[in-house]
Ligand binder design. Structure first.
Ligand code: GCU
Length: 661
């Protein structure tokens, strides 16, 4: 096996604390999901204590061991929730369904290896979000768009790979509560267009079977132009009868062999992708056509809102890429079928290190919504830098949209608490690949793990999640140091890259490393608009008017430089370099200082890690050390490129007299 087990490695426990519990498992009846639960307990028992648990099929309540109970309790815990109780020598896991029990088993194993399960323990867990999804941007040639962990483990040379690794991947997902996986890139091209055809049925059936036994549904990204690209038609107009018939036939055939398919994800009319616009049709017409076809199968259509004009004219300062999604989708509120869900990126731009929350979230009162995060660190260090994203995601989830007088936070909206939505939840662009540690950087696995845990229970703190993950991945002795490193990593990355919400400043194309004007002089509409006097984009009513998209309280907050959160100042306002921030520093001095501080933090992180030699296993120790050394160099480059750019633009000296190039 050339891959590791990440947080499911079940290291040997010399204390023997849970050995007696893991020596017998009692349950009544069978199902593939229950079998999965039993297998996981067996795996853990063998690895932690070298024992093979005795499995009893019995209706009687046992005196000891682990008891799995389906359906037999009076708590309203929903189809995916679970309850754990520990009394004397017995741990009982209740679920209303088999999947609830499976999640409960993973819950028990997590507790055993992190917080512990004291006698008398009782805990109920019900997932906050109905849809908990990963989106892989994997291509069928094996490459991964924005992938930083090797190649795809789903695809290679135009084929779907069926290997043991899929099983371990699925276990990792189930252990953190993921219940839907899109395996192919939203930019569907080449062989991937054929994934919906007979050609790939067999391996996809295998995937679907493995997923189903772990409570997960398989989804595919669709090419909207498939009726033309592989169907031989000369249109993909969603209202054309021939087009509708082609989709109906193709998806009926797919569902007849893969009845568990969750549905489809579509990127339409975006960055050159085909879509309903070309035929004068709306996104609702485009999406509902597919929605109607999959509805009888219980399928859903996830329709992405990442739609903007990528050939914006820089002279037109009223045009604003940030406004695009809202402008496109708000007029369609209420027009989507109830099995169509709009998938909205967390910010209005594109996964920058700091962005305001997308004003679309909460603004559509009659449309299903799924929030999209990016665990792949496209703009946050590409898994060569440590950047623990859970604190960023929490800020997004905690944001009050003011769309209602209560339950108006993003986490309420996407959990379906604010408006009655039939489907809602959270997805993330996955950060995995076939590297032996799954995520390239060992510490990036905290984002994979953390995403699942956070969207299961949005009240968990970033620290709690980090601690759980470190206990299961490394060991308890390393918790304080690694948690501390993780918690300071996002603020540090933000400090040494682009300041106060302006974003970008990366090399175009691959998006790694500093290039302040990289996107300034192209057509993508991602401007900082820096000259020798000021920088930032005026998005108030005097500027692009973007702030109008927020509910009044937020609009007021963003409209003034005094009430706008400073971390987003340059996103919403054009600010002179001499402007004084709340710290008393000028904007230019803030830029200089923040860049030095960010690099300082990385240097501390490297020292902290080095002190862990011998405490964490040698292989991950070396891997992380190497990446931290690179991060330190690269952060220094960011600092020098950004600081010297602004020094040369402004000719304002650093008050501290440091070397600016
Ligand atoms: C970004 C990213 C692309 C991706 C796109 C999307 O622009 O750089 O690689 O295709 O987002 O989310 O669709």
């Amino acid at each position: 096996m050339n891959w590791e087990q990440a947080w499911l490695k079940y290291e040997q426990d010399e204390t023997g604390t849970y050995a007696s519990f893991l020596s017998s498992i009692t349950l009544k009846g069978h199902s593939e999901v229950l079998d999965t639960a039993v297998k996981e307990l067996q795996l853990a028992a063998a690895a932690m204590y070298g024992i093979i648990p005795h499995v009893n099929e019995s209706e009687k309540i046992p005196h000891e061991g682990i008891h799995l109970v389906v359906g037999d309790n009076d708590m309203a815990i929903g189809t995916e929730g679970y309850k754990i109780e520990s009394y004397g020598g017995l741990i009982t896991v209740y679920g209303e369904s088999d999947v609830g029990v499976l999640y409960g088993v993973f819950g028990v194993l997590r507790l055993m290896r992190s917080g512990g399960i004291p006698d008398g323990y009782q805990g109920v867990e019900i997932p906050d979000n109905p849809l908990r999804m990963l989106n892989h941007w994997d291509n069928m040639d094996g490459s991964i768009e924005r992938g930083y962990s090797g190649e795809s483990f789903f695809f290679k040379s135009g084929e779907v790979i069926v290997s043991e690794r899929i099983m371990d991947y699925t276990r990792l997902n189930a252990s953190i509560g993921i219940n839907g996986v899109v395996i192919n890139n939203v930019n569907v091209a080449g062989a991937a267009i054929d994934l919906i055809t007979e050609k790939y049925r067999e391996p996809l059936k295998t995937y679907s079977d493995i997923f189903r036994a772990h409570g997960i549904k398989l989804y595919l990204s669709l090419d909207y132009a498939a009726p033309m690209d592989i169907g031989g038609l000369d249109t993909c107009d969603p209202l054309d009868e021939q087009v509708i018939t082609w989709w109906q036939r193709t998806l009926d055939a797919l569902y007849s062999e893969l009845p568990d398919m969750g549905g489809f994800l579509i990127k339409a009319d975006s960055e050159g992708r085909p879509g309903p616009f070309s035929y004068g049709r709306t996104h609702a017409e485009g999406a509902n056509m597919l929605g109607k076809i999959v509805a009888p199968y219980g399928g859903i259509i996830l329709w992405r809102c990442f739609v903007y004009n990528c050939t914006q004219d820089w002279r037109d300062t009223t045009q604003d890429r940030a406004s695009a999604s809202y402008d496109h989708f708000i007029p369609l509120d209420g027009a989507f079928d109830d099995n169509v869900i709009l998938q909205i990126k967390n910010g209005p731009m594109d996964f920058q290190v700091r962005e305001p929350v997308s004003p679309l979230l909460g603004a559509m009162k009659a449309t299903n919504q799924v929030l999209e995060f990016q665990a792949a660190q496209e703009y946050t260090g590409q898994q060569r830098h440590v950047c623990y994203l859970v604190p960023m995601w929490k800020e997004v989830l905690d944001f009050r949209t003011h769309c209602a007088s209560e339950n108006d936070r993003v986490r309420d909206v996407v959990a379906g608490r604010t408006y009655a939505m039939k489907h809602s939840g959270i997805a993330a662009v996955a950060n995995t690949g076939n590297d032996s540690n799954w995520t390239g950087h060992d510490l990036a696995a905290a984002n994979y793990y953390g995403f699942g845990r956070l969207i299961w229970k949005t009240s968990l703190t970033s620290e709690e999640i980090a601690e759980e993950w470190v206990c299961q991945t490394f060991n308890r002795e390393a918790v304080d140091v690694i948690c501390n490193m993780l918690m300071k990593s996002w603020p540090a990355y933000e400090k040494y890259t682009s300041p106060l919400g302006i974003g970008w400043m990366v090399n175009p194309g691959h998006h790694y490393g500093p290039n302040v004007d990289g996107y300034e002089y192209d057509m993508f509409g991602t401007y900082h608009r820096a000259d020798h006097l000021a920088m930032g984009v005026d998005r108030t009513e005097a500027g692009t008017g973007y702030i109008d998209q927020y509910f009044p309280k937020n609009k007021r907050m963003y409209s003034s430089t005094v009430t706008c959160p400073e971390s987003l100042l340059l996103f919403f306002h054009r600010i002179p370099y001499s402007y004084q921030l709340s710290t008393g520093k000028t904007l230019i001095q803030h830029i200089y200082d923040a860049h030095y501080e960010g690099v300082e933090t990385v240097s501390e992180m490297l020292e902290q890690w080095t002190a862990l030699e011998g405490t964490v296993e040698a292989l991950p120790y070396m891997r992380v050390k190497k990446r931290l050394e690179h991060q330190l160099d690269h952060a220094g480059l960011w600092r020098d490129v950004v600081n010297s750019y602004f020094y040369r633009k402004t000719l304002i000296e650093d008050e501290k007299g440091r070397k600016l190039y």
